[in-house]
Design a protein around this ligand. Structure first.
Ligand code: PLP
Length: 399
């Protein structure tokens, strides 16, 4: 084989979601956009904050292009890192240091860099299913293993007995994602405290650090619920953040890694992260968007639209007999498939012009992920199709 078998595998796998999305696009051309209900991807469909657009215009009009579009230093422009640290310290009363912030091309790059920095062959990363499918790609690319543990079926929260048994001397990282893609679950302070206690116990038992990596691209999409800031609870922690969802900037690729000031050998961890970013070819994150973030940090898009979508869709799906856990955050509904084979269910849904993703690649078969980051109009128009789908499977309506 003249190519990497593993990379070929990843390339072929990702085409399942793309195929659903592209089929939806084809149907839009055939029968009109308004008749196709595409819930397959997590691309925010609400505008970014006004100030972001204003800032982009101002930058283009006032900064000479050779300056605006040039490289910044690899870990990010010092002024942007400072703005992020100040914001975090003010908002979460933490002790973030700009020297421990590394600006990235979104959370995906932040995760890939972090895993590259920490993992050697045969090391293990533990996460909880269902999980964002690219975790597996990023971890396995370092020749380490991703161990995905089953969660409690009624709420998708970690099963601490399973976790305790799974942690072993090879465990380098425990990876969490709250608010969660695809379930919408938010980990409470109690859950984070319990996790921190267990990790501390295991660190003492094995005599080496186990890092808690918290992937938080949906931090602000929590509809009023509190999302605990992990550095308060556990020293060896790393926060992965992105502006893709909070400011609807997914295509602009901007986010960061925060190494906790209290982490063991924090400066060395940070330098290793810088090395990993270099090794992966992330020269620097978008220089223009670093400037945008410097000015707009703390602002968000208007999530009231997502909240309205969530309530409309959730209430309707439950009423017509589908089963799903109420999502506290993010912008996905994780709905149980009425038949064991979720892929077959997704195929059938296409007959009603409904497009969503089977949960197999999230490591938790038998469900589908419905992304409600679309217009409220699309949600309203799709409800009738969901009813027809429920009728096809003879689900009983709750009256
Ligand atoms: N982590 C999770 C849980 C996600 O859902 C996503 C994107 O959907 C990412 C990371 C990657 O986000 P970004 O666009 O910031 O790379």
């Amino acid at each position: 084989m003249f190519l990497s078998k593993r990379m070929l595998g990843y390339g072929q796998e990702s085409s399942v979601i793309r195929e659903i999305f592209e089929y939806g696009l084809k149907r839009k051309q055939q029968i009109g956009d308004e008749n196709v209900f595409d819930f397959s991807i997590g691309n925010p469909n609400i505008p970014t904050h006004k100030q972001v657009t204003e800032k982009i215009k101002e930058l283009v009009n006032t900064i000479p292009p050779e300056k605006l579009h040039g490289y910044t230093s690899g870990p990010g422009a010092p002024t942007t890192k400072k703005a992020i640290a100040n914001y975090l310290n003010k908002t979460f009363s933490c002790d973030a240091k700009s020297d421990l912030i590394y600006i990235t091309s979104g959370a995906a790059a932040a995760l890939a860099i972090t895993f590259k920095a920490f993992l050697n062959e045969d090391d293990e990363v533990i996460t909880f299913a269902p999980f964002f499918p690219d975790y597996k790609v990023f971890v396995e690319s370092t020749n380490a293993k991703l161990i995905a543990l089953k969660t409690q079926p009624e709420n998708f929260l970690p099963d601490f007995d399973l976790l305790e048994k799974a942690i072993n001397p090879k465990t380098k990282i425990v990876l969490i994602n709250s608010p969660n893609n695809p379930t919408g679950v938010i980990y409470s302070e109690k859950t984070i405290q319990k996790l921190a206690e267990l990790l501390k116990k295991k660190e003492n038992e094995y005599g080496h650090p186990i890092f808690l990596v918290s992937d938080e691209p949906y931090r602000e999409i929590s509809y009023g619920k509190d999302v605990p800031f992990v550095t308060h609870y556990y020293k060896n922690s790393i926060v992965i953040y992105s502006f893709s969802k909070s400011l609807s900037l997914a295509g602009e690729r901007i986010g960061y890694i925060l190494v906790s000031t209290k982490a063991k050998n924090a400066d060395m961890v940070y330098k290793t992260i810088c090395g990993a970013g270099r090794a992966l070819g992330y020269v620097c994150a978008s220089s223009m968007f670093q400037r945008v973030i410097e000015d707009c940090i703390g602002l968000t898009s208007d999530f009231s639209i997502y909240e309205k979508n969530r309530n409309l869709l959730y209430e309707h799906l439950i009423k017509i007999g589908f089963n799903c856990v109420y999502p506290d955050g993010a912008f996905y509904l994780f709905m149980e498939s009425p038949i064991a084979d979720a892929e077959e269910f997704c195929e059938k849904a296409r007959d009603f012009e409904l497009y969503f993703v089977p949960s197999n690649s999230f490591g938790h078969p038998g469900f589908v992920r419905i992304g409600y980051c679309v217009s409220t109009d699309q949600i309203e128009k799709s409800l009738d199709s969901f009813t027809k789908l429920a009728n096809y499977y003879q689900l009983s309506e709750i009256t």
